[in-house]
Design a protein around this ligand. Structure first.
Ligand code: BES
Ligand code: ZN
Length: 682
């Protein structure tokens, strides 16, 4: 993980799109990282793999998943929040299946007090639980029963109370001020990764899916929302100021995707072309500011319907701006929550980068409705795929819905280059890391998971080609819908669809940190161009000189000046070096590796090849993302070549020829201010 000494700097630098976007939207992990920072300063001493305590902290019990002898089929859940006292009362009636006779039930539970619990076997007598043993550190409770719960179905009934906390996780309170200046609170949820257990006792693991029947008892003048549409709203018998709102049964889903919101909101509504009711909920009086997100969502839903060839399975989707929100946005199924800056657009005052940001965030969270919600990762180890995939397809979607944004150029200038910069550091980590205790999720959740994750999926999509990629995606979604899957399951489906060695290729990018630099030289033989290509690990700190020499399976594409937009040849570099023959390339043509800047690697051209690219740079026949990629590679190489004046001059010449749009120019100026010898270039 990357730690920055000053938390404020850290937070500012950890927004998903980095400093180019004005809104300081944080990866959810930023907050956790902050926690990690605090932990480091408080001197955590870790337990070694062998289980020996290496320092002063008491040994931590190894993490164990929930037992599978009792599992939920349906949760009947009724919650009654008190927006004045910040407490809530809850009633759970879960239909469960006992697979092995037992006299105890273990479930997740945190910061909740259980009042009563009982089990009613199907067709049998109610058995009252005699003990609630809270294992606070493990966030679990064990309910003990005086007699054995036999194999079969039954109803688990639990009455409980909890606090509407101010920690922005679980079931929490969010503060807002009315137009009259009165401070009020909404009750909202944020459950990912493991905070559903703070709202109700549950089996809070992504692979333990069940259906949910949710009811909320709320003040009659408040909006009450949940994952599904309202099916009933009636006065609450005990209090004339309250109503009971019942929601339709959800599909089978994971607990981390459950959500409810109770507060005061306005909304704008529309129907998507495929008949889904879309609403954007805004603070009271700001409905106008929801119109842009509404347009994005109504365009986005049909795009995903078509791309995945699987219809959106719920009758409605709500997008809601929450005043106090820890993450940027959260993909709760049918009720997506956003921080205000990630959803609201002031039509008069918002700039185009704000619109682009909102479009990307909406595109990201709606992609999760399929990839993540319909098919869910089996365990948090696969969360990188969930987030990496959504962070890639949000661009595909925005490019489709708003081609005028030229959004892929933003991807290259933001996510792609950022991932390369971070991943070249010795402090980087593989995107795929085994997660044991869910609290570890937060520790690996950073720009490497999001931006490198998105970049390697973009490379994979390009390697497979859109047609086979979609075929594989569709097979994956159909095979695992309403169930769980692992990263390997996706690779299998893509492998079947394409006939390519996807698991082997992708494993080399996800299981080891870093990336290669591709060294290229060329020779002309008659009408053929012979390319000598080799790979070695790229390190920001100087040449890699560890004994183990990592290598990658690198999809390489090549174009020439004959058609700079079109790939002439694709090869898979699956060894340290190889020779490639490009036929029909005359001596006056230039050859460029990695058109579109889709491969996750840097390129070091021979002096002659680099020089030959100059005309393509000058006449702009090299595409903007290609110039951007070339520029970025050259920058990173420049300070590595500090002792080779001639080569440095050559790089500077090419760099100097690259005309950069305003924004990039500003960024470059800033970057160059850190490399004073280069300042004269721009
Ligand atoms: N599912 C995440 C939010 C999340 C991840 C919450 C892990 C808790 C643990 C959501 O889809 C997401 O990625 N949100 C981003 C914004 C997005 C546009 C990149 C965020 O919150 O920064
Ligand atoms: Zn996400």
């Amino acid at each position: 993980c990357l730690y920055v000494a000053d938390p404020a700097t850290f937070l500012a630098s950890n927004s998903v799109l980095g400093p180019y976007f004005p809104q300081p939207v944080l990866l959810s992990s930023a907050l956790i990282k902050l926690r990690a920072l605090t932990r480091v300063t408080h001197r955590t001493v870790f337990v070694s793999a062998a289980g020996q305590n290496t320092g002063t902290m008491p040994e931590r019990r190894p993490f164990v998943r929930l037992p599978t002898d009792v599992y939920p089929v349906n949760y009947g859940l009724c919650l009654k929040p008190d927006l004045i006292d910040f407490t809530f009362e809850g009633k759970l009636e879960a239909l469960v299946e006992v697979t092995q006779a037992t006299n105890q039930i273990v479930m997740n539970c945190a910061d909740i007090d259980i009042i009563t619990a009982s089990f009613v076997p199907q067709g049998g007598e109610e058995i009252n639980a005699t003990g609630f043993n809270y294992q606070n550190e493990d966030e679990k409770v064990t309910l003990s029963f005086p007699s054995t719960l036999q194999k079969g179905s039954g109803a688990l009934k639990i009455d409980f109370v909890g606090e509407l906390n101010d920690k922005m996780k679980g079931f929490y309170r969010s503060k807002y001020t009315t137009s009259g200046g009165e401070v009020r609170y909404a009750a909202v949820t944020q459950f990912e990764a493991t905070d559903a257990r703070r709202a109700f006792p549950c089996w809070d693991e992504p692979a333990i899916k069940a259906t949910f029947d949710i009811a909320l008892i709320v003040p009659k003048d408040r909006v009450a929302l949940s994952n599904m549409n309202v099916i009933d709203r009636k006065p609450y018998p005990d209090d004339e100021n309250l109503v009971e709102v019942k929601f339709a049964t959800t599909p089978t889903m994971s607990t981390y995707l459950v959500a409810f919101v109770i507060g005061e909101y306005d909304y704008v509504e529309s129907q998507s072309s495929d008949g889904i009711t879309v609403r954007v909920y805004t603070p009271v009086g700001k409905a106008e500011q929801g119109k842009f997100a509404l347009e994005v969502a109504t365009k986005t839903l049909p795009f995903y319907n078509d791309y995945f060839s699987v219809p959106y399975p719920l009758p409605k989707i709500d997008l809601i701006a929450i005043a106090d929100f820890a993450a940027g946005a959260m993909e709760n199924w049918g009720l997506v929550t956003y921080r205000e800056t990630a959803l609201l657009i002031d039509p008069k005052n918002s700039c185009s980068s704000s619109r682009q940001w909102v479009a990307l965030v909406v595109g990201h969270e709606l992609a999760h409705q399929w990839f993540g919600n319909l098919v869910t990762m089996e365990w948090w180890t696969h969360l990188w795929l969930n987030e990496g995939f959504a962070s890639w397809i949000e661009y595909l979607c925005v490019d489709h819905c708003f081609p005028e944004y030229d959004i892929w150029t933003q991807f290259v200038s933001a996510d792609y280059t950022r991932a390369l910069d971070l991943d070249a550091l010795d402090s980087s980590h593989p995107i795929e890391v085994n997660v044991g205790h869910p609290s570890e999720v937060d520790e690996i959740f950073d720009a490497i998971s999001y931006s490198k994750g998105a970049s390697v999926i973009r490379m994979l999509h390009n390697y497979i080609g859109d047609e086979d990629f979609r075929k594989g995606m569709n097979a994956y979604l159909l095979k695992f819908q309403h169930k769980n899957a692992s990263t390997e399951d996706l690779w299998d489906c893509l492998e079947q669809a394409s006939g390519l060695p996807i698991a082997a290729v992708m494993g080399s990018w996800t299981k080891q940190m870093g990336f290669p630099i591709i060294v290229v030289d060329q020779e002309q033989q008659g009408d053929d161009r012979i390319l000598k290509i080799s790979q070695k690990k790229f390190c920001a700190s100087g040449p890699h000189n560890g004994e183990d020499c990592p290598s990658w399976m690198v999809p390489i594409s090549i174009c020439t000046s004959e058609d700079p937009k079109c790939t002439k040849l694709k090869v898979l570099l699956d060894r340290p070096e190889t020779t490639i023959t490009l036929s029909g390339v005359s001596p006056d043509q230039w050859v460029k590796i990695n058109p579109g800047t889709v491969g996750f690697y840097r390129i070091q051209y021979s002096s002659a090849m680099l020089e030959s690219l100059l005309p393509g740079v000058r006449d702009l026949s090299l595409q903007p993302v290609d110039r951007l990629g070339l520029q970025n590679d050259l920058f990173s190489l420049l300070h590595k070549q500090a002792d080779m004046q001639e080569e440095k001059n050559r790089i500077e010449r090419v760099l100097g020829a690259i005309s950069a749009p305003d924004l990039i120019q500003k960024v470059l100026n800033f970057a160059l201010s850190n490399f004073s010898p280069l300042c004269s270039l721009i």
